[in-house]
Design a protein around this ligand. Structure first.
Ligand code: FAD
Length: 299
């Protein structure tokens, strides 16, 4: 961690709530489901599909994990009721993976069955490398039981091409990301260009095994390469989309959308926004750089 970043991060807990809220308001819809639904409706009016994410991770008691699933069920109900083109995205450690793999599986299954009745999709997110094996095992079990589930894979990790090969046959939906967790050099690419190359290679590998792929990125150059890969592989808009974070690089979303590429926006919300934002900033200095650059640009 650089000295400036370390100093800023150490000050974060001292920042008054309104200041932290100001720093994160572009990226986080608010504290309530209503606030998030309002954002989704606004985005829908502009032609964007959505993803709802309730902020939180590393839950270590079962009652909380069950409450989280209750909140996600409510979010899925609202998506269906409002007829929104949106789905829910859930972190494994938010629903008990750190407590027990079986618990996380059972809670995902409960949610996915509820969502299946509503026609809502569920994305299993990917966290740091210490959880990758368990997350993939939970996902593979779920895939054998329900159809409305997908996974996230990180191009940063050396293991990802083998993980793609190891996934069982059948319908497969993958959100491809670079990976937000900075991983050790022994197991992961650490430089931008190899991470980008690996992203393209994984996308091609996934298309060749018939998967539907969501490109979750704001990297314009990478986006151009991915569009070219879709063309080369003969993949249409029924098999790919771009996914972006609320408040990040909106110019790029507009460009993709107006040139015919589907774009889905990730809308995080929930009372845990402060703890979540602080943890994320602490883990990955680049996020802080992005936020500061963005604020300065706006000034
Ligand atoms: P970068 O090269 O990091 O960024 C490109 C440009 O985008 C930067 O120059 C900057 O201007 C802008 N930018 C990027 N991120 C931010 C930001 N946070 N704030 C402000 N500006 C920014 N990672 C996981 O490990 N697991 C997941 O489950 C997961 N889900 C995701 C879901 C979605 C919809 C998205 C978009 C990302 C997700 N990520 C996830 C994060 C992802 O792994 C990357 O860390 C993140 O997208 C930044 O990488 P990039 O491809 O945009 O490229």
């Amino acid at each position: 961690m650089g000295l400036i970043h370390a100093s800023v991060v150490s000050l974060l807990p001292l920042l008054p709530r309104p200041v932290m809220r100001f720093l994160s308001r572009r990226y986080i819809a608010g504290e309530t489901l209503e606030a998030a639904l309002g954002r989704l409706q606004g985005l829908a009016a502009e032609g964007y599909a959505g993803i709802l994410d309730i902020l939180g991770e590393n839950v270590v008691d079962e009652a909380t994990a069950r409450e989280v699933i209750g909140d996600y069920r409510e979010a899925a109900d609202a998506i269906a009721e409002l007829g929104l083109e949106a789905y829910v995205s859930v972190k494994p450690t938010h629903v008990g993976l750190l407590l027990s793999e079986d618990l996380a599986h059972d809670l995902y299954l409960e949610l996915a069955r509820h969502c299946a009745e509503l026609g809502v999709f569920v994305r299993v997110e990917m966290e740091d490398h210490t959880t990758t094996d368990a997350t993939l095992r939970v996902f593979e079990r779920l895939r054998g039981e329900v159809e409305n589930v997908g996974i996230v894979l990180q191009s940063r990790l050396f293991r990802t091409p083998s993980d793609i090969d190891a996934l069982g046959a059948g319908t497969l939906s993958v959100r491809m990301v670079k990976g937000v967790y900075l991983e050790p050099a022994a197991i992961a690419h650490t430089e931008a260009e190899p991470i980008r190359r690996a992203f393209c290679d994984c996308a091609r590998q996934l298309f060749r095994r018939g998967a539907r792929v969501s490109f979750a990125t704001h990297d314009e150059l990478l986006g151009r390469e991915l569009i070219e890969i879709c063309r080369e592989e003969g993949v249409g808009t029924d098999r790919y989309e771009f996914q972006v974070l609320l408040g990040v690089c909106e110019r790029l979303w507009r460009e993709w959308r107006t040139t015919g590429h589907p774009v889905r926006v990730y809308v995080p919300f929930g009372p845990e926004w402060r703890a979540y934002s602080t943890r994320r900033l602490r883990k990955n200095p680049q996020i802080l750089q992005h936020v500061m650059k963005d604020l300065l640009r706006r000034r």
